[in-house]
Design a protein around this ligand. Sequence first.
Ligand code: GLA
Length: 790
Amino acid sequence: MRKILCSLTLFAAVGLLAPAVTATAQTTGDSHSRFEAGKGTFLLDGQPLVIKAAELHYPRIPKPYWDNRIKLCKALGMNAVCLYVFWNQHEPRPGEFDFTGQNDLAEFCRLCQANDMYVILRPGPYVCAEWEMGGLPWWLLKKKDIRLREADPYFMERVALFEQAVAGQVAQLTIDNGGPILMVQVENEYGSYGENKEYISQIRDIVRAGFGDITLFQCDWSSNFTLNGLDDLLWTMNFGTGANIDQQFERLKELRPDSPLMCSEFWSGWFDKWGANHETRPAEDMIAGIDEMLSKGISFSLYMTHGGTNWGHWAGANSPGFAPDVTSYDYDAPISESGQTTPKYWQLRKTLSGYMYGKKLPAVPATIKSVAVPTFNFTEVAPLFSNLPEAKHDHDIRTMEDYDQGFGSILYRTTLPGLSTPSLLTVNEAHDYAQVFIDGKYIGKIDRRNGEKQLLLPACAKGATLDILVEAMGRINFGRAIKDYKGITQNVQVSVDIDGRAFTCDLKDWEVYNIEDAYENYQNMTFQPLTSLTTDDGQRLPGCYRATFNVSKPGDTFLNFETWGKGLVYVNGHAMGRIWEIGPQQTLYMPGCWLKKGENEILVFDVIGPRETKSEGLKEPLLDQLLVKKPLTHRKEGQTLDISDEKAVYHGSFQPGNGWQEVNFDTPVTGRYICLEALNAQDGGEVASVAEMYLLDENGVRLSREPWTVDYADSEDVSRVNCSADKLFDLQESTYWSTAKGAPYPHAVVIDLGATHTLTGLQYLPRMESEVPGGIKEFKVYVKQETFKY
Ligand code: GLA
């Protein structure tokens, strides 16, 4: 690596650091190095190497800023960059590969090398990463029976082609070939998806075919890595700040005492979801974890060191349930979304300065200063309903993918039978945000986030036009629910009253309008001067809004959308991301490198319609302004659980300490509602906390938690980090339910399993920190067919 020749062209545009480097790092041919897993340590040319990697995702950073962000990581004390390759970004249509511009993976790797940084490559094919469908391309869903992330022949065929294309770009940049790439990851955290060594072996072989004799590794959680761990791959662990590090590596050390240890994702912060609190994680926990790992010679990758932005429609969504992610991927990382050094950065830099292994800590490069843009008004609108594309006619309703549409909105139109009384409309299911109109009049919305499926229609005459406008958000990126179709997925029904008898009728014969999310589509709409913000009867106006604004000196800024509804923003043709009035994110990061001196064009496609058509550029982002009306906690006003008449099916105590514990009930018990009552804490404190919980069925097998909902929780700490009770079945071991300070024991949570089950036991995971905050000691379990008395 040291012997690599680079030619750097530095030039400054409009006073920014952009576009900093055109790196043409070349290999000299005599610079081959050997990286391998040695006894208890990584070895580079036979010398021990501790990897201090910064996770950065090049598609989330404007290309002109790549060099600046890599330099910031280097100056933090890192020696490597760990990155995902998002398949759907590189292959938007089957066989159409794009590795140019913002997608230039090889250029990014060369830039890392030019900055004396190694690269850890994670080419999926699945990556998670809060990215649309976990990186898988939506068009895979056109094959209805496809089995994603399994040895499905079509899936594997497409994976092989993609991995081949990736290898075609960067296989010559491995360390053996004189490049920066140290090792390559095989799949991603498969343990939280299933158990399938056959599939993992096939992915390994595909990656091996592309990259030859390079170190390949698998990452997973300490609780599940053995499920899919292949004998010939290196195993690394993922866990978040605060976790008990010795305990995280305990099992690995037992199984492979000589393995080098690496935390391949040490979560610096967390991601934000629409309609939920902004997430932060304390700097002290992150620093203490890194310090401890380095003092023990453990390698790590800090996920994220700089999160960046989910431009355009690329933000994913989480499950169980449907929790779409916001546009900002700030992640509360040491380097903020816009590349600013945070207090976390400086504290971490101080710690890392003690682990430079003889190298000098470089100076911190200048960061890009933000500018304010004065308020500007939108002057033109292209109302959506007068700008619809040509309709397709369909007897049955079908999904977006069936119409070869990947992203954006879709309008389904049909006529209604006569409704003599208000009638119930059922949409199975609207993915993801549906608005219902009759004869152009807004009736209401169906929001998948809240599990909504029904709406009351007013009485109306036969032949009235029913419009269902469905906006797709990101496809789910985690768990089994990644097979996430958009539009309306099954059917639409309306209950009608004929001669006093109720009938349910399936609505058929649809006109379908595909409103694909593409700049050209919005640009080609017919705009008119903006005179009124509402229709004649006062309803908000969905459509595309256009303005120009002037910038005297381009710089980074944060465009404010506090007065807008919900939609997508484009500036000078760049897809900036999603906006939604509910928050918590209210501004979009606007990199100065994509602004022009003078006039700039902005388009906002707002599916709800703005309350005021103005915007401005702020110097600071608004990422923490939640405007949801729905309470963040599950306990309804005045509710108090009364279990005085109930008989517990189990009464016992959990053990102190970290890790999973299992209890088996004396006899199987059947019911739909389960109450876990925590009687006291291991540490004698007032807080109860559960990271994850599973129930075991009659065969002792974990029950699917997909249909679970929280019926009641006596207390939930939603003040800072969101610790609501649904976190105990969100598939994430690093997030947890925690009761709030000031609420004493006993604590209780009631879960609706969605259906009746026979239960034989439960599995409990306390928090991962070594002190096990909120660890429960004595507890009781109650199971009932009907819900509990509140
Ligand atoms: C896991 C995944 C990452 C990311 C993080 C959460 O570790 O591997 O891709 O989704 O969770 O941010």
